[in-house]
Ligand binder design. Structure first.
Ligand SMILES: CC(C)(COP(=O)(O)OP(=O)(O)OC[C@H]1O[C@@H](n2cnc3c(N)ncnc32)[C@H](O)[C@@H]1OP(=O)(O)O)[C@@H](O)C(=O)NCCC(=O)NCCS
Length: 440
């Protein structure tokens, strides 16, 4: 198998590289941690290594060294498509090489052989109450698929070899990612289309098939899916969902367990759920003004919201200090295909207004839009209007990133994570506010 062989060929050099670092520079101090950072969500504390992607505050994410516009330009596309094949992106994330069209199609073909979902997975989801959030269903669906885990069987059969764990993780990763569009489409159809099931079309690629399976055969929507899934796939290792899946995987919980855990983090409103909140907010603004407000009206509305202590979804970021490039490439798509859509016009007007309002608060560190400030409006334009589903779309894509991190973490033999927690007394002792405890 292509990805397996490529990783296997790279591994000896990688293992040598890591062991040289640890052996020769093991005591080198990377950073100090302040009391403020401990209480401030361990922001900026450099605690892990991943080579899949990195986020620069002033440039945005680089996936295996490539910026978002470069990835969109350089990854192979099928004839007639303007956006890349996800098989190519997965190859890039896993293998750290730009794929040829043949490589990208080989991953797509591999996915097609692995996309069978057992009936019990569907049955689990069907028994849930109709108002269950789709992210809960996605997580449950992956947990139900866990009965397929190759790693779990390999480990529990005894005799598992540490240097080979990654091979079973890769099997699980390919099997799980192959199923993600089908699982997500099943959830969409179960919740919003009377359970109508549309089987995958073997002539379509991974992303376009998702569009097809929710009843949208519009080639522009298929391209939007390709764009959406490429730009949401990874955002380095420290964000809540990536870090969670990495942490859970470090206990040798298999790919399914680790990815479901990561998606549960993605389901939080400060993280992936922000895309549904953002669309809800756009609709609220439009309804409040009975149409598209002027910039002055937006400014007044936003100020009132901030003064009442509410967040404005889609703006701000823990790392970025610029307009998120993932926002910009979606805006390019919107300018091309639906510039006059009312919500897109609203998104643009908010973009022209809100950064100054947020800057004026004096506390928001990044006053610019993030990826979520527009993606819901694009989905809405193409008729995917059930906005509690938007985080599922994010999740389908993010599992590509999670699994690339997981495979490489096992390949490089990363150990179980166990940082240290302190008590408030201990911190007060450290800073001199309290005499050292009498240990006698
Ligand atoms: C993304 C986010 C969680 C980053 O949090 P962070 O790193 O703590 O952000 P900051 O350091 O800039 O926060 C400083 C202050 O500005 C506030 N702030 C940040 N973004 C804000 C926003 N969009 N609207 C209102 N206030 C915001 C924070 O709540 C914080 O206020 P506090 O000091 O009273 O607690 C935050 O910007 C946010 O909640 N954004 C809206 C949700 C969103 O779009 N999430 C998707 C992220 S991809």
């Amino acid at each position: 198998m292509l990805i397996h062989d490529k990783i296997a060929a790279q591994l000896p050099a990688w293992r040598e590289r890591v062991s040289r670092l640890v052996k020769n520079y093991g005591s080198y101090k990377v950073c100090d941690v302040t009391v403020e950072q401990i209480y401030g969500g361990i922001r900026d504390v450099q605690i892990q290594v991943t080579d899949i992607s990195v986020v620069d505050p002033y440039e945005g994410v680089r996936l295996r060294g490539y910026t978002v516009p470069e990835v969109l330009q350089l990854l192979p596309k099928v004839p007639g498509a303007e956006y890349p094949l996800l098989g190519g992106l997965y190859y890039l994330l896993m293998v750290d090489e730009l794929p040829t069209l043949e490589d990208a199609l080989a991953v797509e073909a591999e996915w097609r052989t692995r996309n069978q979902i057992p009936a019990h997975v569907y049955n689990v989801l069907k028994t849930m109450p109709p108002d269950t959030h789709p992210m809960t269903l996605l997580s449950q669906g992956i947990m139900a698929l866990q009965t397929n885990s190759v790693f779990s069987r390999y480990y529990s059969n005894g005799g598992a070899v540490k240097n080979d764990y990654w091979k079973a993780y890769l099997e699980d990763s390919l099997n799980l990612t192959a199923c993600m569009p089908i699982l997500a489409a099943f959830i969409y159809n179960l919740k919003y289309r009377n359970g109508d099931f549309i089987p995958p079309d073997p002539s379509l690629d991974w992303a376009a098939n998702f569009a097809h399976m929710i009843g949208k055969d519009d080639p522009h929507y298929m391209d939007l899916c390709r764009l959406f899934f490429v730009i949401h796939a990874d955002h380095e290792g420290g964000n809540v969902s990536a870090h969670t899946s990495h942490l859970v995987g470090s206990a040798l919980s298999d790919t399914y367990l680790a990815c479901a855990a990561g998606l549960n983090g993605l389901a939080g409103p400060l993280h992936g759920l922000a895309n549904q909140e953002c669309l809800r907010w756009l609709l609220k603004v439009r309804e409040h003004f009975g149409g598209i407000p002027s910039k002055e009206q937006i400014a007044e509305f936003a100020r009132a919201q901030l003064e009442s202590g509410q967040l404005i979804p889609g703006y701000g970021h823990a790392v970025l200090r610029i307009t998120d490039p993932r926002f910009s490439v979606q805006l390019d798509f919107a300018e091309k295909y639906c510039p006059d859509d009312e919500l897109i016009v609203l998104v643009k007007r908010i973009y022209e207004t809100l950064p100054d309002i947020l800057k004026a608060t004096g506390k928001v560190k990044n006053p610019y839009p993030n990826v979520d400030a527009i993606n819901g409006a694009l989905q809405y334009h193409y008729g995917v209007r059930e906005f509690d589903f938007y985080t599922v779309l994010f999740g389908v894509s993010r599992v590509l990133g999670f699994t690339a991190h997981l495979v490489w973490a096992r390949a490089l033999g990363k150990p179980i994570e166990r940082p240290k927690s302190l008590t408030t007394n201990m911190l007060e002792e450290l800073v001199g506010l309290r005499p050292p405890a009498d240990k006698g």
